[in-house]
Design a protein around this ligand. Structure first.
Ligand code: PGA
Length: 246
């Protein structure tokens, strides 16, 4: 694991954006996996800025989002479809047919997951998976579990994840308790992985991911055996790390 620690969260986000940008510059038809949440927001802002500056061209890029809530339509303000449009896709020149996000309203979610896997394979697999990490160590919505799911699947969200994400929902909006998520195996098959974690709330999960034993209860710990992982942290998220994981 290549671990890079920055003083401030914005610096970590900018460095991650630069790595994503270099992937697109090197391979203009890159296939990317993309996250949602608070952490990627400044990364997407920097990517939008690089695009507006004429440095990045997304016309041949293909994207697959990591997850979507079950039961939320694409035009629902709380859906990850909506988030991605607001934070990134409305600001870059992606071709709409090359944007893939699981359909939260699919009549048959299991079939939707299978079709998603097929589409990822059809695109040639993922070149770079950009990830966040949950306080419980999840990546995508791969929650702590006994046995990890390799492929895209339906998942029951844990109490911790529901509590963490409750901040995005108003009193009148029903928070979904299930989602669909790209599986751990599909993420691990990405040729390169970039993970960003910022803030002290992530310090424990970051330490477990990097220094703990590989454990499905800390899904991100599996990244220890990926051959190309870069982790961007701010000082707060790195606070529980010591030299050599002592
Ligand atoms: P966050 O979520 O960026 O909103 O903290 C990260 C995640 O759950 O992967």
């Amino acid at each position: 694991m290549n671990i890079r620690v920055f003083e401030h969260d914005m610096q970590a986000a900018q460095a991650a954006a630069f790595l994503l940008a270099s992937q697109i510059l090197e391979k203009p038809d890159s296939v990317l996996a993309l996250p949602t949440g608070s952490t990627p927001v400044p990364v997407y802002k920097e990517l939008a800025h690089l695009t507006a500056s004429g440095i990045l061209d997304w016309s041949r890029v293909t994207t697959f989002n990591l997850d979507e809530y079950l039961g939320l339509a694409a035009d629902d303000e709380q859906s990850y479809h909506h988030f991605m449009h607001e934070q990134l896709f409305s600001k870059i020149n992606m071709r709409p047919e090359q944007i893939h996000i699981l359909d939260g309203m699919a009549a048959d979610p299991e079939a939707e997951c299978l079709a998603y896997e097929r589409a990822i394979r059809g695109a040639g697999g993922i070149d770079l998976a950009f990830l966040g990490i949950g306080r419980n160590g999840h990546i995508g919505f791969n929650e702590p579990t006994e046995i990890m799911s390799a492929m895209t699947h339906v998942v029951d969200l844990t109490a911790e994840t529901l509590a963490d994400n409750a901040r995005f929902f108003t009193k009148n909006q029903k928070q979904p308790t299930q989602a669909m998520s790209m599986g751990i195996g599909t993420i691990m098959q990405a040729r390169q992985i970039v993970l960003v974690a910022t803030g002290g709330g992530k310090a424990r999960a970051v330490r477990q991911m990097i220094c703990g034993s590989m454990d499905p209860q800390i899904p991100a710990s599996i990244l220890q055996i990926h051959k190309s992982v870069t982790i961007f942290l701010d000082r707060a998220a790195a606070a529980a790390l010591k030299a050599n994981c002592d």
